[in-house]
Design a protein around this ligand. Sequence first.
Ligand code: SF4
Ligand code: SF4
Length: 82
Amino acid sequence: MENTLKKQFRCDIAFDECKACARCVEACPRSLLKIGTAINMMGYPAAEYAGAGCIGCGACYYCCPEPGAITIVEIIPDGKED
Ligand code: SF4
Ligand code: SF4
């Protein structure tokens, strides 16, 4: 039976805030982040989230040197988000 109490998370990366240092890529225990190919307005290839699998550990958030570049979002089943 599906565990309905299991929380789900998403990693949002603010495209234009990322400086492509790859610290988050190294830190993610589930290897869900990578440096992308699209260039942001700062001239960097911003990091990208794989789209699923985030456990909300916060490792990427805490190692990122750019304030506001990473936000961890809890996905609430009824469609609202924290
Ligand atoms: S919160 Fe944890 S699992 Fe989710 S993307 Fe960041 S490092 Fe990976
Ligand atoms: S740690 Fe922050 S600045 Fe560095 S690649 Fe990841 S999101 Fe970009």
